[in-house]
Design a protein around this ligand. Structure first.
Ligand code: GLV
Length: 322
């Protein structure tokens, strides 16, 4: 098929049930109907002639991709709130709109932060592995003791939508909450949490949840030096790949400086550092933050609606703001 004969839309991954039909009701599309990402060569080969492409975090949209796609490309609709896979400036320079899926994954991702927070503080991973390994065990006053949450200070690093939802849920656990953002939020968005400068937040958070977006400025924001500012025996829950230096986190667990940690996604996915896998006190999840049926349908639906809006000559619903 020549570029001009390709269906106008490329969808790079199998979507949640019911989503693709909303698109194909209006436009012909090529669907990579697989749960795995397209490899680079296949992605570049599939790009020419498209007006829209629905991408996931595994699809790199850079100059090479844009060259392969051609000048008729109108929109890259990323199926994620993050967009580190997309060269937004390069798209803007060519007039290609870039959209993402904020808002619809907030509740699911905040729930997962709490699932991991509870698993890490109450040592659920260790307990499960112990039972499954057939190791003899018995209840005892000192057996697998965890960290109690009521009254324990919670720090939220990055008080965007997801951080605010994490803070809201903390009320049910009677945890006092502080947060760091570049700027303090208006009081009505702060969920009762106090703003603190970053280093003060770290020094006073027994449990720290990392929800800030990944960017050149936040890469390895929590490096060995900043991790060392946390109180002895703190717990770190990381919901954004690349913000916490994974090797430094493993070292802080290994030395006993941290009580536990939980990580939902990784800087070089699908690789997980051996140093973290070796830590009993690390709860490790394979990027499950937004993984519920309802949220994945909403994310896919929003990506599709952005495509329908732009191809229909309208404005993107949720453009990435530069
Ligand atoms: C992360 O998984 C995202 O949606 O950006």
């Amino acid at each position: 098929m020549t570029a001009s004969q390709q269906p106008p839309v490329l969808v790079t991954r199998r979507l949640a049930p019911g989503v693709i039909e909303r698109l194909t009701a209006q436009y012909e599309a090529t669907l990579h109907d697989d749960d795995r990402a397209m490899d680079r060569a296949a992605l570049l080969a599939a790009a020419p002639g498209r007006r829209a492409v629905l991408t996931t975090l595994d699809d790199r949209v850079d100059e090479e991709f844009l060259d392969a796609a051609g000048p008729q490309l109108e929109i890259v609709a990323n199926h994620a709130v993050g967009y580190h896979n997309v060269d937004v400036a390069a798209c803007a320079a060519r007039g290609v709109r870039v959209t993402h899926t904020p808002g619809v994954l907030t509740a699911a991702t905040a729930d997962m932060a709490w699932a991991l927070l509870l698993a890490a503080t109450r040592r659920l991973g260790e307990g499960e592995r112990l039972l499954r390994s057939g190791t003899p065990w018995t209840w005892g006053p000192n057996f697998l003791l965890g960290l109690e949450l009521a009254g324990t200070p919670l720090g939220v690093l990055g008080m965007g939508r997801i951080g605010q939802a994490v803070a809201r849920r903390a009320r049910a656990f009677d945890m006092p909450v502080s947060y760091y953002n570049r700027r303090p939020l208006p009081i009505e968005e702060a969920e009762g949490a106090d703003w603190k400068p970053l280093e003060e937040l770290l020094a006073t958070s027994t449990v720290l949840v990392v929800t800030c977006p990944f960017s050149a400025e936040t890469r390895h924001l929590l490096d060995a030096r900043r991790l060392a500012l946390l109180p002895h025996g703190a717990v770190v829950v990381s919901m954004t790949a690349g913000v916490v230096d994974e090797e430094a986190l493993a070292a802080a667990l290994d030395s006993g400086a941290l009580f536990a940690a939980a990580v939902d996604n990784f800087e070089h996915e699908p690789a997980v550092p051996a140093s973290l896998l070796a830590q009993e006190r690390a709860v490790l999840a394979p990027h499950l933050g937004s993984a519920t049926v309802r949220t994945r349908q909403a994310m896919g639906g929003l990506a599709v609606d952005n495509i329908l809006a732009v191809l229909g000559g309208g404005r993107a619903l949720t453009p990435v703001r530069r």
